[in-house]
Design a protein. Structure first.
Ligand code: SF4
Length: 356
């Protein structure tokens, strides 16, 4: 809290100094966020327009096709993104066909040499291992706020369950992306409480996204006043000093910031932004605006796998078996159609009681 409350320019200077010791200050990663399954979520996160219980005007859709996702990943890469984050509005991952698809997506995007991150809700260790095997680079699961304030925003799952999912990703050897949202009505103590939760972890997240609430009409937080840009800069700088090795990601809420405020965030240690005009379902600056900002500020898009080696995509046993069965079934149907065997009907003879 002492750090957080420092005079702003002192804080930014200290953060910038630390940033330079651990990172290349000219490099900022461009990441893309793709909603692979939108809306209809059973959870009640007060900030989220994808919760089924709130009446928002987002367009819901079922899980996207693998090829469609791979096309979008290709476009994102061509536009300079080195990381793709795929989000599905689920409470938790289920071992079903949709998850099999996600595994294929992860494999496909990793094969394009992009860092793949997923945010799919709660996850078991077994599911995390399957994703890791497919080539998942990072798993995102935000703690959102302090343990104390969390229950004012979400009631359908516990803070401990979130910590459990993060632990499962860790155990599977996946890099962790976890951060929070400011501007939900929390106190400054809650902001520090969020950072303290990461401090208490044996290994803090490798990636910490800091979001400013985008208040969406129809959600319980629709009337929240937007935070001041200074608050976001202060939060980025404090996070940078507290976790010098992590990548601090300037995430949702950039549309409300001018370039000068964003520049101060980069100065204070933000090492990533999300590119593209949409962040899951909320607006984000246009791609061209970001390119212009990079050129004015002399920033360079960071290459993929600059912080850790690329995971290997290994064959997925479940999907291989599924494909084998599908092929076998299709062949059986084809054979049945082309077969000219006429099945003769031969009535069964009933043996007389005497012969029994
Ligand atoms: S934040 Fe995620 S879990 Fe919460 S309601 Fe939205 S989609 Fe569901």
């Amino acid at each position: 809290m002492k750090l957080y409350k420092k005079p702003l320019l002192e804080l930014v200077f200290e953060a910038a100094t630390i940033h330079r010791q651990f990172h290349n200050p000219r490099e900022v990663q461009m990441s893309s966020l793709l909603s692979i399954k939108t809306g209809g979520c059973p959870e009640d996160c007060g900030y989220c327009p994808q919760a089924a219980r709130y009446h928002t005007d987002i367009e819901t859709h079922k899980i996207m096709d693998v090829d469609e996702v791979l096309d979008q990943a290709k476009n994102a890469k061509a536009n300079g993104s080195s990381r793709l984050c795929m989000g599905a509005a689920w409470r938790e991952v289920r071992d079903n066909k949709d998850f099999d698809k996600v595994v294929e997506m992860v494999q496909g995007v990793n094969d394009m040499d992009m860092e793949v991150c997923c945010t799919l809700g709660m996850l078991t260790e077994g599911q995390a291992k399957r994703l890791k095997n497919a080539g998942l680079f990072a798993y995102n699961h935000n703690l959102d706020s302090s343990k104390e304030f969390y229950k004012d925003v979400i009631s359908t799952r516990e803070y401990e369950q979130r910590l459990g999912t993060i632990e499962n990703a860790r155990k599977a050897g996946i890099s962790v992306c976890s951060g929070g949202i400011i501007g939900m009505g929390e106190s400054e103590e809650d902001r520090i409480g969020l950072l303290m939760s990461y401090m208490e972890m044996e290994t803090p997240p490798e990636s910490i996204p800091i979001n400013a609430l985008v208040a969406v009409e129809g959600t319980p937080l629709e009337d929240q006043k937007p935070i001041e840009q200074w608050e976001l800069i202060r939060m980025v700088a404090t996070t940078r000093i507290a976790f010098p090795e992590s990548v601090v990601r300037l995430s949702a809420g950039r549309t409300k910031m001018n370039m000068e405020a964003q520049a101060l965030c980069f100065m204070a240690g933000a090492g990533s932004i999300f590119a593209g005009d949409k962040l899951l379902t909320t607006p984000n600056p246009e791609f061209n605006e970001d390119q212009e900002m990079f050129s004015i500020l002399g920033l360079l898009p960071k290459e993929s796998f600059a912080d850790a080696p690329q995971p290997e995509s290994k064959p997925d046993e479940i999907n291989i078996e599924k494909k084998r069965r599908e092929t076998k079934r299709l062949k059986e149907l084809e054979d049945a159609k082309s077969s000219d065997t006429i099945h003769k009907f031969e009535p069964r003879t009933i043996k007389s009681v005497d012969t029994l």
